[in-house]
Design a protein around this ligand. Structure first.
Ligand SMILES: [Zn+2]
Ligand SMILES: [Zn+2]
Length: 137
């Protein structure tokens, strides 16, 4: 298994992961759009303990999702890049934003969520598991 490495744009935050992602999802919700500055967010989910921060310390921002769960976005307070996210509804699980990964060529999303909010130009692969909102459970 290759080690996944990544970090923020300025390089202040660096991390390493020696694990396969549990799940890879594209999220088309408004919050992800705002937080990433992109049309949608691609996130790789890992056990929190599998993500080893080797340099720097992300700053955290908490907000409430429409599920009512507290969501946490972690980003570099120098360059603003979002690197991690998590939800109080899924303790012990963290997501890594695809854009922070050094070589993301291996990433293959399996799921699209909040397809109902997707921008008209976002391509939705019909062969994936697609959900209008966030699937529960
Ligand atoms: Zn940075
Ligand atoms: Zn989202």
């Amino acid at each position: 298994m290759k080690t996944i490495t990544g970090g923020c744009l300025c390089g202040a935050i660096r991390y390493e992961i020696k694990a396969e992602p549990m799940r890879v999802a594209n999220c088309h919700c408004d919050d992800c759009r705002k937080a990433t500055g992109a049309a949608f967010a691609t996130m790789l989910f890992f056990k929190e303990g599998d993500i080893v921060i080797t340099q720097g310390k992300p700053k955290a921002f908490d907000h409430t999702a429409d599920s009512g769960n507290a969501m946490i976005k972690e980003f570099c307070d120098n360059c603003g890049s979002q690197v991690f996210g998590s939800s109080a509804g899924r303790p012990g699980i963290k997501n890594v934003k695809v854009g922070s990964i050094d070589d993301a060529a291996f990433v293959k999303p399996e799921v699209n969520v909040y397809v109902s909010r997707a921008l008209s130009y976002s391509h939705i692969d019909k062969n994936l598991n697609n959900f209008d909102k966030m699937p529960t459970g």
